[in-house]
Design a protein around this ligand. Sequence first.
Ligand code: ADP
Ligand code: ZN
Length: 721
Amino acid sequence: MQRARVLLLNAALGPLDYRVPADMAVEPGSIVVAPLGPRQLLGVVWEADRMPSDAEVGDNRLRPLLAAADVPPLREPLRRLIEWTADYYLAPPAAVLRMALASTSALEGTRTAIEYRATGVVPPRLTPQREQALDRIGERQGLIRELADIADVSDAVVRGLVKAGALEAVEVAIDSPYPAPDPTHHQPDLSGDQRTVADTLVADVAAHRFRPTLLDGVTGSGKTEVYFEAVAEAIRQGRQTLVLLPEIALTEPFLKRFAARFGCEPVAWHSGLRSTQRRRAWRAIASGDALVTVGARSALFLPYRNPGLIVVDEAHETSFKQEEGVHYHARDVAVMRGRFEGCPVILASATPAIETRHQVELGRYAELKLPGRYGAAELPTIEAIDLLRSPPERGRWLAPQLVSAMEETLARGEQALLFLNRRGYAPLTLCRTCGHRFQCPNCTAWMVEHRLTRRLACHHCGHVEPVPRACPECANEESLVACGPGVERIADEVALLFPEAKAAVITSDTIWSPAKAAEFVARMEAGDIDIVVGTQLVTKGYHFPNLTLVGVVDADLGLEGGDLRAAERTFQQIRQVSGRAGRGEKPGHVLIQTHSPAARVMQALVTGDTEAFYTAETEARRDADAPPFGRYAAIVVSSEDQACAHQTAVMVGRNAPRVDGMVVYGPAPAPLAMLRGRHRYRLLVHARRALDVQDVIREWLGGLDWPAKARVTVDVDPYNF
Ligand code: ADP
Ligand code: ZN
């Protein structure tokens, strides 16, 4: 009898043993359906021929596996990655496995699905619900369930629209093959520097062995162009490449650029895919047909059949750090995947993280540099505007110097970008009469006014309310004031100063899909926008040759937290947004509005002395024994009941083991003391790097009695410390 140990997908349990029916063939990695109580769960065979010990359930009492899926088994390197991730980030293996299987519908064998799209026919009976549905569905296509979700109506409303002829069925093939990228489609002429770097990367891919490389090149130096050469080599070898991007908004321009180089688009993987698209992509990835996949961090755990190269683009980006569910850092897991798969990993960045540079210093990662911009493009000049010495007019946010630079830019027919990392109109609304402030009922956060939608919104939990006419506290009708600027308020000021100019606000509120991003790119390229006012969404990836001026509205914003990462984060963000200026033949200019022009980070930005800045920041980390030297783990205890959260956190702290090289701080209210209605307390564990802190925490938390109302999450290598 064959006995298999199976890791189940949805269970909080560890792997369980099952009997393999005689007519079923399984091997390690096989995806199977297994019974659990009355349920049927998807799982993966972890050990195929298990010899039980005497104490275990006897063979005759084992339940049989129900079915084996008709897809390739998960390969050993991926299974090791799942184990490693679960172990390192203290997460349940099943939660990591879920990311690899990604969509259980991918496992269904069907070859076609029926989707629906609008016909343009107006149904005879146009109820408000039907109208809303047609309005929201627009040009989109999807399964009934998906369209109902998009339109926020019931399935029945969508079915009614089908019956009425307003939506029609479309048959989509799920296994239709993806076109193969052609490595010779359009080969660029690389500059000398670029050629040298590309040759090294190509040789790494040809050698097919693990080697992480930091590709450190200034914005516009041609990093993408150069790593495309490595991708071309992987394609020639018939091996798969994964390119990770930090934002799904960057996917669309990337697809276009990739198609220009290789003749067709790569396979895209992100949360915006329809389930049929997801299914098709998953199967092509698992079969090896998808030669190049570009995706958000979730693409990292997919079951590539024969990976030959992993690229993490904009590798310093904080969005690679997942803060929900399994708390992992995609940059670091990408390197581990490369190690298990035995393939090169390229981390591309113009502003590498201190952690990554440290790996280079230790000799663990190779480093390749592209010091100058490609072609005639020069790096922009950067100047600080001292807000204390030349402040904006009262009630305004743009200093005179920035305004006149904008005037000159527009007069030359060029484009300008104003960067402020704050969505909405104003970050805080208060009552001038009684001092009432609008706080989110679920979070320790102010409600942010959005004028475009006339609402107050919480940026943490998504709670929204209409903006009231009167103060809810004192009922005064004309006393609510908006404090401080958000991008919408800056856009108002722009409209006032430059009534003739065409301005656009670019944030996650206005660019919420790849299609919206594509629309923005097209408008910029057509010169249909003169001034962009945007959040961090516009800081990376985009290449607009006619954009020559960048104004940073509040450079001090990121420094407010005062944590050890603040300066690094500010440096990266402002360098990135500066990188949008002067990417073509026209020179770029950057103006930074700050109250502290003498601060080290502002000086580094203005002088461009990156090395001195990094050295000083690294020393500060060393002095504090902060990462990359010492390490942190955050333990967050949360509960809807504040007393329970607090008491549990205190109990955890009291039971902290005494371990040489480890110190536990707290509990203290977490940085967001209340989030989505849950009160949160944080214990911060600081440990020497050599200590197996995960092991200590596992034993410590595993031995405690947890109240049913409390929940604990552990964040190993938290971004904030
Ligand atoms: P980075 O990724 O370093 O910001 P990109 O790869 O986006 O730089 O290159 C910046 C711009 O220069 C792009 O428009 C790119 O197409 C162009 N470019 C870079 N290298 C070359 C080359 N060798 N030949 C033609 N165009 C190039
Ligand atoms: Zn909230």
